[in-house]
Design a protein around this ligand. Structure first.
Ligand code: PAF
Length: 283
């Protein structure tokens, strides 16, 4: 695996690969890699000549300073995992290399997608994500880029950005990777206490019950039910739960037959914030 720390080096390497007509699959990450990331890389390997992974803990997308400082950094283990799935190129730049002394975000208009759910609770988060992803796309110039559906709102926002900025990149959304007990894989899971790790699968269990009830109860009733379950829970605190249209991400009260819906949730397990979502099959 080739490792680059500067924009100039990776650009010049990828330029020669492009000249040789090699297709590039890109998996942007913030490191602390787990099976979920590896599944994206394996998918990318099947469909592209060359797979590039970036590891960059992007400061502009953190609204919570402590979360940024405590974000797990496991570079040595990450490189081992990347070698194990035959990743071709790792881009591992410094904050200075990316932001050149100006750690700030570009302002984006994602046609309102940015104002729903995470946007209401994480100030400036999606401007930060848009800024870094656009920047990385310019450096890596991928043909395809791969994102997990755990961050479904992020995925829709990146698709919107690619469309609005006329970028010639195919965005691939990949299924959520779960632990055996159903907890969605996340780099932040390693920071859960034993008690919270034991409690956390309750999130997916609740989502599965929502999915089972979507055709017999309306969205308001289901939301009230979920809120009640978390009020009773001794160690998990619900931040939000909503049933929303997959395309607009707007919360709904009543279903319409031709639309696709998902249930979205954010929960605090102690100081760790966990998000998850599930596709709902309506009839
Ligand atoms: O999903 C993530 O890990 C990050 O938001 C991303 C896409 C790598 C941008 O920093």
């Amino acid at each position: 695996m080739k490792i680059f720390n500067t924009k100039q080096e990776i650009k010049s390497f990828l330029h020669t690969q492009g000249e040789a007509n090699k297709t590039i699959g890109f998996v942007p990450t913030m490191g602390a890699l787990h099976e979920g990331h590896l599944s994206l890389i394996k998918k990318a390997k099947k469909k592209n000549d060359l797979v590039v992974v970036s590891i960059f803990v992007n400061p502009t997308q953190f609204d919570n300073k402590e979360d940024l400082v405590k974000y797990p950094k496991t570079y040595k283990n990450d490189t081992k995992l990347l070698e194990s799935v035959s990743c071709d190129v790792l881009f591992f730049p410094s904050v200075e290399e990316i932001y050149a002394g100006n750690i700030s975000s570009e302002k984006f208009n994602f046609d309102g997608l940015e104002n729903q759910m995470e946007g209401k609770f994480r100030d400036g988060h999606f401007d930060g994500v848009g800024t870094i992803v656009k920047n990385l796309f310019e450096i890596v110039t991928p043909n395809k880029a791969y994102f997990g559906q755990k961050d479904f709102q992020q995925l829709q926002i990146i698709k919107k950005m690619v469309k609005k900025h006329h970028l010639n990149i195919k965005i691939k959304g990949c299924a959520i990777y779960r632990e055996k007990d159903g907890l969605a894989m996340s780099s932040r899971n390693t920071r859960l206490t034993k008690e919270h790790r034991t409690a956390a699968p309750f999130i997916y269990k609740t989502l599965k019950k929502v999915r089972a009830n979507i055709n017999t109860k309306n969205a308001t009733k289901i939301t009230e039910w979920v809120e009640k379950q978390f009020k009773k829970h001794p160690s998990l605190e619900l931040e939000y739960f909503t049933i929303a249209d997959e395309k607009t991400l707007e919360s709904i009260k009543n279903k319409e037959s031709d639309k696709k819906y998902r249930a979205f949730i954010a929960v605090f397990a102690g100081e760790i914030r966990l998000i998850d979502n599930i596709r709902l099959k309506t009839n």
